[in-house]
Design a protein around this ligand. Structure first.
Ligand code: PEP
Length: 251
């Protein structure tokens, strides 16, 4: 496995006082320890510019949680990829299951967003994952196949995050063998779709990752890292994830 990537999805959390508290704990740690893990913080839009200033010179990187497919225009309430780049983001989460559910986002729209992100030099982190019902019906691989084909543009140059919906925010992660099976399947699909390039696309796992389970998750071959929700706004626990991930640095 390559050195793991850790992405923290703050979701709709982070008033200024809370964001400051989280980031000062992270900076306090990084000032005293060398962080060699690629660590991306994805706060809400409202905190990106301020955090960019705060993390300047630190190893932390910034991402957003969504973008609009158009670079500008009459789209009230939306934020474009160039706007994210402008305030300091370098990554963007796309197609998170909460956006697919709450905003009826389709694979086609997510693919357009990924193109927009890449056009603005943002790294798209495209999320895919099955529901509990789809897994119970043993349709999960079929669903993953459709999401991969539909959500990733031809020149995709980002990360894929496998997030089984039933494991998100539940405290119960998918089991190691379940994750391993799907990561292997996603790798096959990516290789079929993109050839040699598909072998190098990092595949992350997300769904109730915490200090007590990250080690066994990172032991999975082919896994590129983790996407973390709840624990990303708990700085002590998040830093524990980083510490454990350091044991997996490839030399
Ligand atoms: C997520 O929202 O992407 C996520 C993985 O959440 P949690 O870690 O809380 O399950």
């Amino acid at each position: 496995m390559a050195t793991p990537i850790i992405v923290g999805n703050w979701k709709m959390h982070g008033l200024t006082s809370e964001a400051n508290e989280i980031v000062s704990e992270l900076l306090n740690y990084s000032n005293n320890h060398e962080i060699q893990i690629k660590t991306v913080l994805c706060p809400p839009f409202t905190q990106i510019a301020a955090l960019k200033e705060k993390i300047k010179g630190s190893p932390f990187l910034l991402g957003a949680q969504d973008c609009h497919p158009s670079p500008q225009g009459a789209h009230t309430g939306d934020i474009s990829a160039p706007m994210l780049k402008d305030v300091g983001a370098d990554y963007v989460l796309l197609g998170h299951s909460e956006r697919r559910r709450d905003h009826y986002e389709t694979d086609e729209l997510i693919c357009e967003k990924a193109i927009a992100a890449q056009n603005s030099n943002l790294v798209p982190i495209v999320c895919i994952g099955e529901t509990k019902e789809e897994r119970a019906a043993k349709d999960h691989k079929f669903v993953m196949g459709i999401q991969i084909k539909g959500s990733l543009p031809q020149d995709f140059n980002g990360f894929v995050a496998y997030e089984p919906i039933w494991a998100i925010g539940t405290g119960v992660s998918a089991q190691k063998h379940e994750i391993a099976e799907i990561i292997e399947f996603i790798r096959e699909e990516l290789t079929e779709q993109f050839g040699e390039r598909g072998k190098k696309i990092p595949i992350l796992y997300g769904g109730s990752v915490k200090p007590s389970n990250i080690r066994e998750i990172l032991e999975i071959e082919e896994l590129g890292g983790v996407l973390v929700g709840s624990v990303s706004i708990m700085p002590k626990d998040f830093l524990q994830l980083l510490e454990i991930a350091h044991d997996f640095i490839s030399t």
